[in-house]
Design a protein around this ligand. Structure first.
Ligand code: NAD
Ligand code: UDP
Ligand code: UDP
Length: 312
């Protein structure tokens, strides 16, 4: 029988790539999205495929559909977007998780949560392993996202223990690629758009803070492997590329790959901005036989091509 898969946040950056991968693999895919940060353009190329269906819906409200698998990705992910309406951000993570878990419980579906490296906050352990409990400010400007995602993880594990739900929790580290929102303020899209338009490259702080960047195709591969893994593999499991770069190094790479003449412009570091971040992906290697294959230069090249076409 065809696998019926629900993707919440299906019209977003990662969700649209996931929908594409699932439709190509023969699944019957339902994208549910309220288009807060995603767009119909991201999935326009899938509309018309007989196994792809689209629903406008906000996951903070109950949803009654019949599916075999649920990927719960609905949630704004960039600091600019999730801080626009912080109460709604927490509601999306928490009420959204409750509704999708209730749905999974009723129809006995496997359910995967798109969690985040933000659950580690500004980490005091480096690189971050899944056993680390994190260092999160519960009342700062990032808390609506970080604590919302932490509470969603709690709900996933309580539904697992209390109702024997088949859960999977992926802790996703910074992911980039085509279909990122050009104005969502994330560092990769910001730098590429700035470089292509000859605008100053905005470095927050001294640019010494680090991140590890995973290309979206690698990430989607990890999500699909996690869903397909045996039910014992609940996670949480880190998914990200362990290649760690300072923000200054990223700026230099983008400038050289675009051949831009943009200059660097230093701006204040946002509050609670983590100083370093890199996933330990030992568990993903062991449990899922997964490791990222796409190097930063290669992925940046593909992303630059996308933004060149978009801005043209
Ligand atoms: P995105 O903003 O492009 O996608 C999120 C999607 O969810 C959008 O299409 C948005 O319209 C939708 N959405 C938001 N609130 C909703 C609601 N209440 N009901 C229905 N739909 C809603 O972001 P993304 O980068 O594709 O992130 C997808 C998921 O992965 C998010 O849960 C995010 O927290 C997680 N994640 C992403 C990254 C990353 O680096 N991109 C890192 C860690 C975790
Ligand atoms: N829910 C949903 N779709 C379903 C089943 C449940 O959206 O198919 C929602 C519903 O709003 C419910 C929540 O999920 O409140 C949690 O469901 P659960 O069965 O865990 O709890 P209860 O129904 O007792 O609140
Ligand atoms: N950043 C930057 N310039 C920008 C956008 C972001 O220097 O134009 C920095 C930001 O302060 C952070 C890092 O890049 O240290 C990653 O930011 P992003 O918002 O992409 O992701 P997150 O902070 O959630 O990892």
């Amino acid at each position: 029988m065809t696998n019926r898969v629900l993707v919440t946040g299906g019209a977003g950056f990662i969700g649209s790539h996931l929908c594409e991968r699932l439709v190509d693999s023969g699944a019957d895919v339902l994208s549910v999205d309220n288009y807060f940060t995603g767009s119909k353009a991201n999935i326009a190329h899938l509309v018309g495929r007989p196994t792809f269906e689209v629903m406008r819906h906000d996951v903070t409200f109950p949803l009654y559909v019949e599916v075999d698998e649920i990927y719960n990705l609905a949630c704004p992910a960039s600091p600019i977007h999730y801080q626009l309406d912080p109460v709604q951000t927490t509601k999306t993570s928490v009420h959204g998780a409750i509704n999708m878990l209730g749905l999974a419980k009723r129809v006995k579906a496997r359910i995967l949560q798109a969690s985040t490296s933000e659950v580690y906050g500004d980490p005091t352990v480096h690189p971050q392993t899944e056993g680390y409990w994190g260092n999160v400010n519960p009342i700062g400007p990032r808390a609506c996202y970080d604590e919302g995602k932490r509470c969603a993880e709690t709900l996933f594990f309580d539904y697992h223990r209390q109702h024997a739900l088949a859960i999977r929790v992926a802790r996703i580290f910074n992911t980039y690629g085509p279909r990122m929102h050009p104005r969502d303020g994330r560092v990769v899209s910001n730098f590429i758009v700035q470089a292509l338009q000859g605008e100053p490259i905005t470095i927050y702080g001294d640019g010494g803070q680090t991140r590890a960047f995973c290309y979206v195709d690698d990430l989607v591969d990890g999500l699909v492997r996690l869903m397909a893994a045996p039910d014992e593999v609940t996670g949480p499991v880190n998914l990200g590329n362990p290649g760690e770069f300072t923000i200054l190094e990223l700026a230099e790479k983008v400038i050289s790959l675009t051949g831009s003449r943009s200059k660097l412009e230093f701006q204040p570091l946002p509050r609670d901005d983590p100083m370093q971040r890199r996933p330990d992906i030992t568990l993903a290697g062991q449990a899922l036989d997964w490791r990222p294959a796409i190097q930063l230069e290669d992925g940046l090249g593909r992303t630059i091509d996308y933004f060149k076409a978009l801005l043209a």
